[in-house]
Design a protein around this ligand. Sequence first.
Ligand code: SF4
Length: 289
Amino acid sequence: MKVGLIDVDGHNFPNLALMKISAWHKKQGDNVEMFFPMMHYDRVYMSKVFTFTKDFDTCVNADEIIKGGTGYDLQNKLPIEIEHQYPDYSLYNIKDTAYGYLTRGCPRGCEFCIVAEKEGQCSKKVADLNQFWNGQKEIKLLDPNLIACAQWKELLQQLIDSNSWVDFTQGLDIRLMTDEKAKMINKLKLKMLHFAWDNYEFKTYEKLKEFRPLLDFNFRKLRVYVLTNFNTTIEQDLERIYKLKELDYDPYVMIYEKWNAPKNIKQLQRWVNSKWIFRSCDKFEDYIA
Ligand code: SF4
């Protein structure tokens, strides 16, 4: 069988589903490649993660086309035998980084987030580390809320034992942090950790403040997502950003429906997320002056 793969979102971040599909088909002895226009395929998989990405509009010459990913709908899922494949990293020429999920789901159900609807309102272990890691120097975790999982301890221990650099790309829930969890996180070879202060409320601030002295990392490794353009004013956004800087975290602005955001929110994002500007220009008013 000749199989073509289309990463509809582009190539900025490797598409994990396509890497698993590739691995599974190769095991069946199929010929797999990234889709090439003009070629005929027995089957083409199109994967789209983001709803805002435009659909693929090049003509696809294939007997069968399978579309999947949250960019199309929240119901479609990989068949179980594909979901648990070790990813075919060669698809993106990835040499020394592993990508994957140890858990899926999140108990929070934030209004702006699709995780609970797509993966369930409970964080559940779905894999051991060796399902997608085989000695690579870096691990990029895509878990939505790992420390909400009942097996958090066992999973953090697997990450510690790997001795690889760990990047929690999607965020750890500071509201669920405990002394024991912080101690284990300190044992990791941490590349980057993300918390989030998405809503303007003080419980999160208090937890961030309480645990900052217990986390043995430089602010550059302790990033905090700040959601804007959702239900906060620019004054509330600025307050969160200044407070995070004061606590020695590294704020990182996310914009809800960016295409719909006012100019000042986009300026705010540029100021905060361009790290050398943010560190050299203390006040937003000075940046936009
Ligand atoms: S805590 Fe994070 S993953 Fe969970 S629902 Fe909220 S935004 Fe989504």
